[in-house]
Design a protein around this ligand. Structure first.
Ligand code: NAD
Length: 499
């Protein structure tokens, strides 16, 4: 069986803690590798090496740092098929979806090539007599990212590219479920010319995360994962004086107005609800048709589409719509929640409970489920299921639909399907959710905008990627300068004001 490693100082390094986790092939249910779980000592040593390498990198001009990222983009494109295959094998998602995972990360790397422009400070000439004032954005030092299983290429790149472009050293603690792609990314960065020590991949579980939280050298932490862990990392990281941003779970509502094109809405719901087996933080998990007639017509259009979904292993190529979920525990949790929905009175109009795939009986496949008549108190409505389960909550009016999305504790993404510009505009303005789609079911902002949820979906004050990432990974220093020849009087004893 393959034994994975860490990536430290430019090469793969075996773990020394003696602790390992199994890496599964979700399509077959077999253990395909084991990944070392770092001890606090291993983490601390990698951080110390990163701290030694970082000052020279910060002193390298930003254009040269950007050139490493340019080469990295070329190498990502060269190895796209290899990366996608490794990703699908550990995660389970289809190959086209795995490529999308890599490309959505690559786009952020492309954005970060603009570092020389993005890192420019501000300058005020003659802020006072003979006085200039300017600000600069400086790297923080060593920073860390802790990432989830569901986008093992995209989210590590969302973190590492801006952090490195800004002149930091970066410690990545990827998900222990699918660690191969993050290790491959680190190798490609080295091949692209990144000096050793600046990108350290430390595999591990809670032990490695706690070591990151308590390490005094690490200045900032970016986390993406479930909300309970986001809250834990945010509070402990902040208490330890670090800059922290944490992005958590979701329950994304899509509101379907009576005037919407219902074929379009049904297609959108099927793609956004079941793509990647529902294991996306931007998946639509709640459909909210407005009015009984809209609801009846929508369900009528959804049922055949959901029943026709093709579920299978990534090795079937483009012939599958979604693959298995990530672990046996994830599958069991989805099945438990589906049963709770039935027990609590929701109507299971497409029942995927008996789903089984010939030849892959031990894989973690979950059939598609569609619920109607879901209500606010049910566990399937309150909880993030993170599986191929779409819940329909019928609303009597637009205000009731809006209120549902607004009252939910999560606030990652949402969408409205309508032909009415007024309704769409009102929705976008009033909704308390970070990312909004108008006739777009998965409104993931592009690399040059920023990504982030509100309420229990996001903790901290800056978003991911886009200009916010450059703010998160730098701090501002402001200099007020006057040259000696400009000092004409003696000492000043009252607070200086620029007259
Ligand atoms: P997770 O919270 O289980 O794990 C995320 C990371 O935290 C992993 O690196 C893991 O090793 C670590 N971790 C797990 N348990 C820990 C503990 N007790 N203490 C310290 N660290 C711990 O999340 P996941 O299952 O990998 O990912 C799915 C979740 O991520 C979903 O809730 C999904 O909505 C969310 N997600 C959010 C976004 C976003 O941008 N808001 C994006 C992708 C995924």
């Amino acid at each position: 069986m393959e034994e994975l490693s860490h990536f430290i100082n430019g090469k793969r390094v075996a773990g020394t803690s003696g602790r390992f986790a199994d890496v599964m092939n979700p399509a077959t249910g077999e253990v395909q590798a084991r990944v070392p779980l770092a001890s606090p000592e291993e983490l601390d040593a990698a951080v110390a090496a990163a701290a030694a390498a970082q000052p020279a990198w910060a002193a390298t001009n930003p254009q040269r740092r950007a050139r490493v990222l340019m080469e990295f983009v070329r190498l990502l494109n060269r190895d796209m098929d290899k990366l996608a295959e490794a990703l699908s094998r550990e995660h389970g998602k289809t190959l086209p979806d795995a490529k999308g995972d890599v490309v959505r990360g690559l786009e952020v790397v492309e954005f970060c090539i603009g570092a020389p422009h993005l890192l420019k400070g501000e300058f005020t000439d003659s802020a006072g007599p003979g006085i200039d004032m300017y600000s600069m954005r400086q790297a923080l030092g060593v920073v860390a990212g802790i990432t989830p299983f569901n986008f093992p290429a995209m989210i590590p790149m969302w973190k590492m590219a801006p952090a490195l472009a800004c002149g930091n050293a970066f410690i990545l603690k990827p998900s222990e479920r699918d660690p191969s792609v993050p290790l491959m990314l680190a190798e490609l960065m080295t091949e692209a010319g990144l000096p050793d020590g600046l990108l350290q991949v430390i595999n591990g579980d809670k032990g490695a995360v706690d070591a990151i939280l308590d390490n005094d050298t690490i200045q900032a932490i970016g986390f993406v994962g479930s909300t309970p862990i986001a809250e834990y990392i945010y509070s402990r990281g902040c208490a330890n004086g670090k800059r922290v941003q944490c992005f958590g779970g979701a329950k994304n509502h899509m509101i379907i107005m009576p005037d919407a094109d219902l074929d379009q809405a049904a297609d959108a719901l099927v793609g956004a609800g079941y793509g990647a087996a529902g294991e996306r933080c931007m998946a639509i998990s709640v459909a909210v048709p407005v009015g009984e007639e809209t609801a009846d017509r929508l369900i009528e259009k959804l049922v055949p589409r959901v029943e026709a979904l093709k579920v299978g292993p990534y090795t079937s190529g483009t012939d599958v719509d979604y693959g298995p979920v990530v672990t046996a525990a994830a599958k069991a949790n989805i099945e438990r929640l589906v049963q709770s929905g039935v027990d609590q009175g929701a109507k299971l109009v497409v029942d995927g409970r008996d789903f089984s795939l010939q030849g892959y009986e031990n894989g973690f496949f979950v059939g598609p489920h569609l619920f109607d008549n879901v209500s606010k108190e049910m566990d399937i409505y309150r909880t993030e299921i993170f599986g191929p389960v779409l819940c329909t909550v019928r609303a009597k009016s637009y205000e009731e639909a809006l209120g549902l999305a607004m009252d939910h504790e999560y606030g990652n993404g949402t969408a409205i399907f309508t032909r009415d510009g007024d309704a769409a505009r009102d929705f976008a303005n009033r909704i308390n959710i970070g990312m909004v789609g108008i006739n777009v079911p998965i409104p993931v902002p592009l690399a040059y905008h920023t990504f982030g949820g509100w309420k229990k979906s996001g903790f901290g004050d800056l978003n991911q990627h886009g200009p916010d990432a450059f703010r998160f990974y730098t701090r501002t220093k402001t200099v007020t300068a006057r040259w000696p020849s400009g000092i004409k009087e003696g000492g000043e004893f009252s607070i200086p004001v620029m007259e």
